[in-house]
Design a protein around this ligand. Structure first.
Ligand code: SF4
Length: 381
C-alpha cells in the first residue's frame, strides 16, 4: 500500500481561503443560545436553582475558519462547544449548521448530520476505550456510518498516517501510546467520518508545550488540506492566537468581545479582554509594566450579577452597569464589544494599554516560535 496520503474526504486538498465573516456564508450559526442546568436538592430532587452556563450567545463560523473561544474556567466555553454540536439540548436558541436548523432534525437526520460535526476532548486517554485497539476504535465510526465498507483496514491505516502515526499502530492499545500520540488518535477518530467542523475542547491543554506545538501544527495542516472549520476552546491565549482566525472572549456564559485575532491582541475593547491579555505572564520579571488587575473570583453562575456580569470586578464600572445588560455592539474597527462604555474607554489610558501589550506581544512571538517547527513525519513522541 502506498504511503501517499489520499484526501480524507472529497474536498479539495487546496488551501481554502480564510474568508472574512462579512462576505462568507456561515457554516455554523448560533442564535441566542442559552443553557441553564437545574440544581436539584433534597429527597425529591426539587429544583433549587439554575446554573446559567450559557446565557444568550450569538456566533457564526465560516468553512475553513478557526474560532478561538477563551475565558476563565466556568465561563461556559465547553458547554457552548457541546451546544454547537447538539451534544446537549439548549434551553433556548438554535444552531443552524450547513443551512439546517439542528433542533428541527429527526433522529435519523441528526445522526447523518453529526457525521459532519466532531469533537476532540482534552483528555484523549479517557475518551478512548482501553479495551479496544486503535484499529477497532477508528473502524467503529466507519461501520456506524457505513463508510469504506470492506476497506476499513486500509482506511484506518490511511487515517493513522494522516495524523503522523504508523499503520502498525492499529494493533496497539491506548495505554501503549504517549499523551501526544493519543491526541493524534483522537484527531484520527474525528477525521474518520469526514467532518466539516471539529470542536477542539481544550485539545492541547494537557500536553507538554513542545507536543502542543506539534499537535497544533497538525491541526493547521489538516485544516489547509481538508477545509475544516474549528471551534478551538482553550484558556492559553498564546495557543489561541497562533491557531485562531477570530477570537470570542466569554465571561459568565456571555460573549463579551469578538474580533479578528490580531485586532483583539492589538487593541482589546472590553475591560475583561484587556485584563486577560495583561495577565499573560512575562519572561522579564524585572521589566516595568502595568497590569489591569481585576480583583476577586468569577461570581457563581448560580447567581450571576445583574446587568453586566463583569461589573463586580470591572475597574470602570458605573451605576448603569449593574442595571442594564450591555448589548454586543459592533465597533468601527471590526470588534464587537458588550460594554456600555467602550467608546469612552477607547481613548482613555487604561491600566493595561498600551504599556502592557508590547512586551506581551514579544513574549507571544517567542512562544509561537516553538510552533513553527514542522511536525515530524515519523511517529510522534
Ligand atoms: Fe465594565 Fe460597565 Fe463595561 Fe461592564 S459595562 S465592562 S461593568 S464598564
Amino acid at each position: 500500500m502506498s504511503d501517499a496520503v489520499p484526501p480524507v474526504h472529497a474536498m479539495s486538498d487546496a488551501t481554502p481561503p480564510v474568508r472574512a465573516m462579512s462576505d462568507a456564508t456561515p457554516l455554523v450559526r448560533a442564535e441566542g443560545l442559552v443553557k441553564h442546568f437545574p440544581v436539584r436538592r433534597g429527597l425529591f430532587g426539587r429544583v433549587s436553582g439554575l446554573v446559567r452556563a450559557v446565557d444568550g450567545v450569538d456566533l457564526q463560523l465560516a468553512a475553513g475558519e478557526t474560532l478561538g473561544v477563551v475565558g476563565e474556567s466556568g465561563c461556559g466555553k465547553s458547554t457552548l462547544g457541546r451546544l454547537m454540536l447538539r451534544l446537549i439540548e439548549p434551553t433556548a436558541g438554535r444552531v443552524v449548521f450547513d443551512g439546517q436548523d439542528m433542533g428541527r432534525l429527526s433522529t435519523t437526520q441528526l445522526r447523518a448530520q453529526r457525521r459532519a460535526m466532531q469533537i476532540i476532548f482534552q483528555d484523549p486517554y479517557s475518551s478512548l476505550n482501553p479495551r479496544m485497539t486503535v484499529g477497532q476504535t477508528l473502524a467503529e465510526p466507519l461501520r456506524l456510518h457505513g463508510l469504506h465498507a470492506g476497506r476499513e483496514t486500509e482506511r484506518v491505516a490511511q487515517l493513522l498516517r494522516t495524523v503522523g502515526l504508523a499503520s502498525e499502530h492499529a494493533q496497539r492499545y491506548p495505554h501503549e501510546f504517549s499523551g501526544g500520540q493519543r491526541q493524534r488518535i483522537g484527531i484520527a477518530r474525528a477525521l474518520a467520518v469526514e467532518p466539516k467542523l471539529i470542536v477542539c475542547d481544550e485539545a492541547v491543554s494537557a500536553l507538554d508545550v513542545s507536543v502542543q506545538a506539534q499537535v497544533v501544527n497538525l491541526l493547521q495542516d489538516l485544516q489547509r488540506r481538508f477545509g475544516l472549520a474549528y471551534v478551538f476552546i482553550a484558556h492559553d491565549l498564546a495557543v489561541v492566537k497562533h491557531i485562531a482566525t477570530r477570537i470570542a472572549v466569554m465571561y459568565l456564559g456571555r460573549v463579551v468581545e469578538t474580533a479578528d485575532k490580531n485586532a483583539l491582541f492589538a487593541a482589546p475593547r472590553h475591560p475583561y479582554t484587556q485584563a486577560l491579555l495583561s495577565a499573560i505572564p512575562r519572561p522579564e520579571p524585572q521589566a516595568r509594566h502595568e497590569r489591569s488587575v481585576i480583583g476577586g473570583d468569577v461570581p457563581s453562575p448560580l447567581h450571576p450579577p445583574a446587568g453586566c456580569h463583569f461589573h463586580t470586578r470591572c475597574p470602570h464600572a458605573q451605576p448603569l452597569c449593574s442595571q442594564q445588560v450591555p448589548a454586543l455592539e459592533a465597533t468601527p474597527d471590526g470588534h464587537a464589544a458588550a460594554c456600555h462604555f467602550w467608546r469612552e474607554l477607547q481613548g482613555r489610558a487604561s491600566p493595561a494599554q498600551p504599556i502592557a501589550i508590547a512586551p506581551a506581544r514579544r513574549r507571544l512571538d517567542r512562544l509561537q516560535a516553538a510552533f513553527v517547527t514542522p511536525a515530524p513525519a515519523a511517529p510522534a513522541p
